[in-house]
Design a protein around this ligand. Structure first.
Ligand SMILES: O=P(O)(O)O[C@H]1O[C@H](CO)[C@@H](O)[C@H]1O
Ligand SMILES: [Mn+2]
Ligand SMILES: [Mn+2]
Length: 402
């Protein structure tokens, strides 16, 4: 029986979104943002030379149709990616009104987001008073710290001493639909922080805030570090997704990286985590051991977190080149009736203004479904195609492009 591998390069968009002008980085609309197109241009013109050099080299994904997809999505030249496509290739357009990770992944899994996400205003305070009262009540503290837009490390630096003195949790948000709580693993307690986040999550989910994130740290003020015990409490998808359709048909769904969190574990039978290096090892292991009829759904997050948000063009290009080398190994390990689809969930153009995601189309590159141009498709068509490949009824609005 066939197997499927759906691999999301987090934030590797290819420009051309028809509604980009409705999304912003600060005051600048996302019109013209093009993560992969602009990285390829920067590389070809010698503007991405840190730890790498020359035109963007991604021969394995380009052979599937990466360069052709970038050109189709946006008209960008994509220098260095000029192979004749030998895979199934096209570009997908998102309809959900968020350019965030859950919106992108749920829609790829067949379920567009029907609501507007709630974002907290960039003011001080950022949060309503009754919400902070509820956080303090659940934490058993006299109050809370923070209550603003912030980046995770500086906000801990700022409030560390007071947090240690009072035990009050540090609450902050960002341009994303998130509510984050930082607290010391030992003095506040890790399990107490996790319980606090779990307890306050339903209130925030009811407000259509996408995630409550526990941000534990350790060490002393001036010398602290955030630990790997971060935990995301995400709102559940609005309807059964591809993962649920498969689980309902008795199929195994492996969630690699953030996938388990993104889907609130719904329909996910097994979770494997780690940094992107480790995630590729999981993917290689599953190319050998994934069950027949299964889906292996993988998210590689570091393109987004380490390079897109930090507007690091060389770093993003290095990560893409590393990924492409490993993708070659992975594709060589697949079986003849396996389907692999590489795609993305939104953009995060490292040449763009600001530090937020960018609204973009995404490439859709298939291995194991012949050489064919599929043109412009919807995110939901990815789910319909995987369902068809695995012989399971699609319950979404998408049409298979296989
Ligand atoms: O600055 P830190 O705490 O890493 O937060 C980042 O992580 C959040 C969730 O991925 C983003 O919304 C951004 O705020
Ligand atoms: Mn993402
Ligand atoms: Mn991001």
């Amino acid at each position: 029986m066939a197997r499927a591998f759906l691999i999301v390069l987090d934030s590797a968009g290819c420009g051309g979104a028809p509604d980009a002008d409705a999304f912003f980085n600060g005051d600048l609309p996302d019109t013209g943002a093009n993560t992969l197109g602009h990285i390829a241009e920067a590389c070809a013109s010698g503007r991405a030379e840190e730890g790498r050099s020359g035109p963007l080299s991604m021969p394995n994904l380009d052979a599937l149709g990466l360069g052709a997809a970038i050109r189709l999505a946006s008209g960008a030249a994509a220098p260095g990616l000029e192979a004749e496509p030998r895979g199934l290739w096209g570009v997908a357009t998102e309809v959900s009104k968020g350019k965030d990770t859950p919106s992108g992944h749920w829609e790829l899994a067949g379920v567009p987001v029907p609501w507007d996400w709630h974002y907290f205003p960039n003011t001080v305070p950022a949060f309503p008073q009754d919400l902070m009262g509820e956080v303090a009540r659940l934490a058993g503290t006299g109050g809370t710290l923070g209550n603003c837009h912030a980046s995770g490390v500086p906000i801990i630096e700022e409030h560390c001493a007071e947090h240690m003195r009072t035990g009050w949790p540090i609450c902050y948000t960002s341009a994303d639909s998130v509510f984050q709580i930082a607290a010391h693993e030992e003095t506040f307690g890790l399990s107490r922080l996790l319980k606090l986040c779990e307890d306050i999550a339903p209130t925030l989910h009811a407000m259509k805030v996408g995630r409550v994130i526990a941000r534990p740290f350790t060490g002393t003020c001036g010398n602290f570090r955030r630990t790997a015990n971060r935990h995301d409490y995400a709102i559940a998808p609005p309807a059964p997704t591809l993962c649920d359709w498969l689980a309902g048909a008795g199929r195994k769904v492996y969630g690699i990286g953030k996938i388990g969190d993104i889907f609130s574990r719904r329909g996910i039978s097994e979770v494997r985590k780690g940094n992107d290096l480790a995630l590729f090892e999981h993917l290689m292991a599953l190319s050998a051991e994934a069950e027949k009829g299964s889906l292996t759904f993988t998210n590689f997050v570091e393109f987004d977190t380490l390079y897109g948000h930090r507007r690091d063009v060389s770093g993003y290009a290095r990560a893409l080149e590393w990924f492409d080398r490993r993708a070659g190994e992975f594709l060589a390990a697949l079986r003849p009736d396996d389907l692999a689809i590489f795609t993305a969930d939104h953009g995060n153009d490292p040449t763009w203004a600001g530090s937020d995601h960018t609204r973009e189309r995404v490439p859709v590159l298939g291995h194991g479904a012949g050489a064919r141009a599929i043109g412009q498709v919807g995110f939901v068509d990815v789910a319909a195609s995987i369902a068809e490949h695995l012989g399971v009824q699609s319950q979404g609005l998408g049409k298979s492009f296989l």
